[in-house]
Structures are given as structure tokens and as C-alpha cells.
Design a binder for this molecule. Structure first.
Ligand code: 1PR
Length: 608
């Protein structure tokens, strides 16, 4: 029987660690799971165990979400009746008064520093990199471990830079770091608002930088200690190694041969090289070129239960998902997990699932949707967004669920971001009316705990033509194509419940309000264009992408490759999303990317 090697995964409990776990498992490792940030040192796993194994810290340190952290500590302390909590300079740790390696209770910061100073194998991811620095300005200043000179600060958005930095960039490699040696010009996935800057003081550590507004530190390395600001578990890769590992068990093929089969994958190769360091030659550094942030191509799967009770991918024609037949059945374009896998292999930069009947069903009662996420996150290593029904909810038995609880279940099931539709409209209306941020809206609650990069607002507007822009109190545009009666202006009226109900708020006003409330990204649909294949609503997308400082995903209407280049050339959209053309196989994601690249638009080209 083959015993897989073990990775100790330190999880702080407020992020999508399922993806890291899935990626590590796919690489043939078992995981020593950790209930909470620092518990392995003191409770279930003894300190010697910990130092004997690899340590991965995905998003480890909870600098900015201290309140949640405190709540988590209390919850865990309740479960472990003999535990006591310890206050660390930058958060909370927990230690058990029984069975711990150090009966006096080693402070986690010291333990972690010792581990790293002893050059034990360590890989920090995202916040796992930031905690190595002296301090962070995020909800601070707060102290870090102080192992690397420097302060983690926010990107400067004063010159129009969109923050958070979400998407795919290539790295500028600075020195040899075996785990990055296959990256070359491949793009890797970043999602963060804070970053550390290279300086003379930390140049011994910096192994690569990335250019976004300025050159920030993308990775550090010293001996066996590595940390990356990007997410390798979300930066693509294939599952060949998993199969290879089975072969190793059965017929003892040399692991090295199979390991090198897949050396061009950007994301999983980083994890693979960290986990199997001796299997790779330390070849000469191949320096990648710094890049601009790549424009993303996103595949969207509208999901709902059909009349037979099966969860299917459907597609609307201006949001009408029923066939124009006597039976009037729900259009069925395939199975969600299969299609997501296909789009991933075709090179989609992200996959979005929209539970389009979530506004009337309780999403946590919709277990098939959660299963879809779980299965998908086992085989898809790019970001997953899920939307539909994210709101406060009281079920039939009177049990109340906050929108945060609903979102948390989605995150636990493998989502990286949640998308909020109807509830964002109500929150924006209330905010515009009162001018007060209550902190209670779904956007505020979820972004406070998971970060604003995890909160997408999906806008479903309908175009309303106007003869005179002064006829409404909402922001209007002069349209490129006049309306049926020669109208030269339009405003974009928001809707809720999948376009079934119009609201008295424009897409412009909504976008500004949700940005202020803490949304990190906007998915901008247009009911008039949905499923029409005649191109994106450029006037709307230009209006919104110029109005906000967060990334905007252009959606609805793609019908040919030129529509994608048009939207990127004429607007400031960061990503373009399509559904129907991909589902009907009229266009492949690869051909869209190739076209964009030929047009001089930076995209992430996948090697598989
Ligand atoms: O209101 O928080 O429960 O969220 C519901 C979510 O479901 C919203 O994001 C809303 O956009 C979506 N939704 C609701 N009803 C429909 C429907 O189609 N009947 N789908 C629906 C919206 C629009 C896009 C579509 C693009 C691209 N789908 O996601 O994929 O228009 O399509 P195309 O390339 O074929 O033109 P809540």
C-alpha cells in the first residue's frame, strides 16, 4: 500500500482552502488538516509532527478580519473545553492546556519563526507571504513576523488603478527559485489589494516581482522557505500527476519521468515543485517578461433545476430560459460539472455558476448546487464564482440564516467569489436613500469577513431609450445606435429576481453605491443583449467601467471573436463573459484568446 506523504495545512477558517486542499491531493499528498490557524502546534498535531512535514499557509494570517477571528477562537475554544486563547501581536492563536508539545504554550509567532529560521520546507500563499514582513497597513498598522524587511501597503488607486488587483499577470523572475522555474511567461492568478514592495533591504529574499501600477513583490525565497503573492492553486494546471501517482503505485514507474510530463503548467507546477523538490533539476533561470494584467475570458453557466428535477445548465434568450415549444421546457445545454471541466481545459480564466432561481429557493437547501461546486473544485484550478440567492433568509422552521452564512457555505464548498444580484439592489437603494452604511447588508458583511475581492455584484439592467436625458433622475448616455423612435439617449434600469421586477435605480447609481459598500468586482449583464449574439452593450459597459475603480466584467451578447476585441478596445472592462456561444460550441475559448492575442490584447494563453 502506498502511503502518501503528508502536508500540514494551516487554515485560518475564512477563505477558500478547499482549492488548496484539492490541488495538494491531486499532486499525490495527504493533508494533515488543521481546525484553526494555530491549533496544530498545540492540540491535534504535536510540534515535532508539524516541523517534520511540509507547511503550507494559504491566506494564513487574519490581519484585517480580527473580529471574525475572535469569534472563531471562541467557537473553537468552546469545542476544546480545555483550550485557552493566546493573544498574538497580529491576531489570536489558540493553545490547548493538555497534550501540547510545549506545556508552557509556545507562542505561535515564535514557533513559526523558529520553523522558518530552521529552514524547514514552507510555502506561504497570499497572506501567507505578507505575514513574513514587518507589518501591514491592512486594518492596521499591525505587526507581522518581521522575517523580511518591509511594510505591506495598499495599492495606490489615486491614479485610476483598479483595486483589488484581480486576474492574471506574468512574473519578472529576479533570482533562481526552483518552484518558479517553469513559469517563464505563463500568467499566474492574483487577487489582493495589499502588497509588499522590493527594496535594497529585502532584495536577498525577492525571487520575482509583478507589475501592477508599480513593481510589487510576487514571490520570495530563501533556502527551503518560499512564499508567493499569487495563488498557484488557482493558476491552472492539469491532473496528469494524479494519474501518474497511481501508476507509481501499481507499476513503479520512476516518479521523475511522470513528474516532468507536465512541466508547462503554471499553477500546479509551483505546488508540485515545492512538494517534490528533489525530483527536479535546478536548471538555469529562464527570465520571464513583465506583463500587463491580462484581460480575462470567463465562461458562465446559468444553472437551475428543470421540470424533471435535474440540475442543468440552461441559457436564456433575454433571460427567458424556456424553449419556444408546446412543452415550454427549460432549455438544457448540459451538465454543470462536465461543462465547467471542459471550459477549464479550453483555457477559461474563470468559471461562474449562477443559480438563477436562487432568488426564490433557499440556496442552502439546494444541495445539488453545493455538490456541483465541490466536484468542480476538485478538477478545476481557476477561480470559481457562484451567485444566486445570497441574502438573509428565514426557513420554514423559523431558523434565520444571514447572507454571510449562505456565502460561507458556498466558500466552504469551493467558491472563490460570490456574486450578489437582487440583494445588492436593495442594499444600494437603502444606502442611497439613507446615506448610511449600516454594516448589515450582504455586501458589507461578506466583504468584511472574506475581503472585497470575494464579493461580486451582478447587475441585470434593461435599456430604456429616452428622447430627452433630463426626463429621468438617473445617469444617461448618448447611445451609439438610436432607439426605435429615433431616441438618442438611454438609461439602464436595474431589475431584481432575474429581470422579473424593475427597480427605480440605474446601473450607474447601483455600481457607484455597491463599490462604496465594499463590492470588489461588477458582473455587468444587459437583458436586451442576453443570448442575442449581436455584441456587448458597449455604451453601458463604457459608462460603468469608467465610473468605478473596481474591475468590471462585461457580459451578455457575445456572438463572435470580434465582439471580445471590441469590448476590450472600446471600454475599460477587465474581463468578458459569455455563455450561449460556448455552450452551443459555436466558438471555443481558445479561438477567442487567439484572436485577442493577435489583436495585441494581452491574454493568458494556456499550454494545454
Ligand atoms: O438575484 O442574487 O438571486 O442572483 C441571481 C443571478 O442569476 C443573477 O446574477 C442574475 O444575473 C442571474 N439570472 C437570473 N435569472 C437569469 C435568467 O437568465 N433567467 N441569468 C439569470 C443571467 C446572464 C448572464 C449570461 C450572460 C451571457 N444570465 O449570466 O450568462 O448574459 O449570455 P450570452 O453570452 O449567451 O449572451 P440573485
Amino acid at each position: 500500500v502506498h502511503n502518501n506523504p503528508v502536508v500540514t495545512l494551516l487554515d485560518y477558517g475564512a477563505g477558500n482552502v478547499r482549492s488548496v486542499r484539492n490541488a495538494i491531493r491531486s499532486l499525490g499528498f495527504d493533508i494533515k488538516d488543521v481546525i484553526f490557524l494555530f491549533s496544530p502546534l498545540f492540540s491535534s498535531v504535536s510540534f515535532p509532527d508539524f516541523v517534520a512535514s511540509f507547511a503550507l499557509l494559504p491566506n494564513l494570517l487574519e490581519w484585517k478580519r480580527k473580529k471574525t477571528l475572535d469569534a472563531n477562537v471562541c467557537a473553537i475554544a468552546k469545542r476544546h473545553s480545555q483550550c485557552r486563547t493566546t493573544h498574538f501581536p497580529w491576531g489570536w492563536g489558540i493553545c490547548c492546556s493538555h497534550g501540547c508539545a510545549n506545556p508552557k504554550g509556545v507562542r505561535m509567532a515564535e514557533a513559526l519563526c523558529t520553523y522558518i529560521k530552521n529552514d524547514r520546507p514552507f510555502l506561504g500563499i497570499c497572506l501567507g507571504l505578507q505575514l513574513l514582513f514587518e507589518s501591514s497597513e491592512e486594518n492596521g498598522p499591525v505587526n507581522g513576523l518581521g522575517l523580511i524587511p518591509g511594510v505591506v501597503g495598499r495599492f495606490d488607486s489615486s491614479n485610476g488603478l483598479r483595486v483589488p488587483h484581480i486576474g492574471w499577470n506574468a512574473l519578472q523572475l529576479m533570482k533562481n527559485s526552483e518552484i518558479l522555474n517553469t513559469i517563464r511567461n505563463n500568467h499566474v492568478y492574483f487577487v489582493h489589494s495589499y502588497r509588499a514592495m522590493p527594496s535594497d533591504d529585502n532584495k536577498d529574499w525577492v525571487s520575482s516581482t509583478c507589475n501592477y501600477g508599480d513593481n510589487f513583490i510576487a514571490s520570495v525565497r530563501r533556502g527551503n522557505v518560499h512564499a508567493v503573492q499569487f495563488h498557484p492553486e488557482k493558476s491552472g494546471g492539469t491532473m496528469l500527476l494524479f494519474l501518474a501517482d497511481l501508476y507509481v503505485d501499481i507499476i513503479c514507474i520512476n516518479l521523475l519521468i511522470t513528474l516532468t510530463m507536465n512541466e508547462t503548467d503554471a499553477g500546479l507546477s509551483v505546488l508540485r515543485r515545492f512538494l517534490y523538490p528533489k525530483s527536479f533539476s535546478t536548471k538555469v533561470l529562464e527570465v520571464g517578461n513583465a506583463s500587463k494584467l491580462a484581460k480575462r475570458v470567463i465562461a458562465c453557466l446559468d444553472v437551475r433545476t428543470n421540470d424533471e428535477g435535474d440540475l442543468v445548465v440552461t441559457k436564456g434568450d433575454q433571460y427567458d430560459v424556456r424553449e419556444n415549444t408546446k412543452e415550454n421546457e427549460v432549455r438544457n445545454l448540459g451538465k454543470p460539472v462536465d461543462l465547467a471541466g471542459k471550459y477549464y481545459r479550453d483555457g477559461a480564466d474563470e468559471i461562474s455558476f449562477l443559480n438563477i432561481t436562487g432568488f426564490r429557493d433557499f440556496p442552502l437547501g439546494d444541495l445539488p448546487m453545493l455538490q456541483v461546486l465541490r466536484y468542480t473544485s476538485e478538477r478545476v484550478f481557476v477561480p470559481l464564482t457562484v451567485g444566486g440567492g445570497i441574502r438573509d433568509f428565514t426557513d420554514g422552521s423559523g431558523r434565520y440564516y444571514s447572507s454571510l452564512e449562505v456565502a460561507s457555505e458556498y466558500f466552504r464548498s469551493g467558491a472563490d467569489k460570490v456574486s450578489i444580484g437582487s440583494d445588492a439592489v436593495y442594499a444600494a437603494e437603502e444606502y442611497i436613500r439613507s446615506g448610511v452604511k449600516t454594516g448589515k447588508s450582504s455586501i458589507e458583511q461578506i466583504s468584511r469577513v472574506y475581503g472585497n475581492q470575494a464579493v461580486v455584484v451582478s447587475i441585470d439592467p434593461r435599456r430604456v431609450f429616452l428622447k430627452n436625458p433630463d426626463d429621468v433622475d438617473f445617469k444617461t448616455v448618448r447611445v451609439s445606435n438610436p432607439g426605435p423612435n429615433g431616441e438618442e439617449y438611454a438609461w439602464y434600469q436595474c431589475t431584481v429576481n432575474g429581470g422579473r421586477e424593475d427597480r427605480q435605480i440605474g446601473a450607474y447609481e447601483l455600481a457607484k453605491a455597491v463599490e462604496e459598500l465594499g463590492a470588489g468586482e461588477i458582473m455587468l449583464n444587459c437583458i436586451d443583449c442576453d443570448g442575442q449574439g449581436k455584441g456587448f452593450e458597449i455604451d453601458l459597459i463604457r459608462l460603468i467601467s469608467d465610473a468605478v475603480n473596481i474591475p468590471v466584467i462585461a457580459s451578455s451578447g457575445a456572438g463572435k471573436v470580434e465582439h471580445f476585441s471590441e469590448v476590450f478596445k472600446k471600454t475599460n472592462a477587465s474581463a468578458a463573459l459569455a455563455a450561449g456561444i460556448f455552450h452551443r460550441e459555436e466558438l471555443g475559448i481558445g479561438s477567442v484568446k487567439k484572436h485577442l492575442s493577435n489583436e495585441g490584447i494581452e491574454v493568458r494563453l494556456t499550454p494545454y
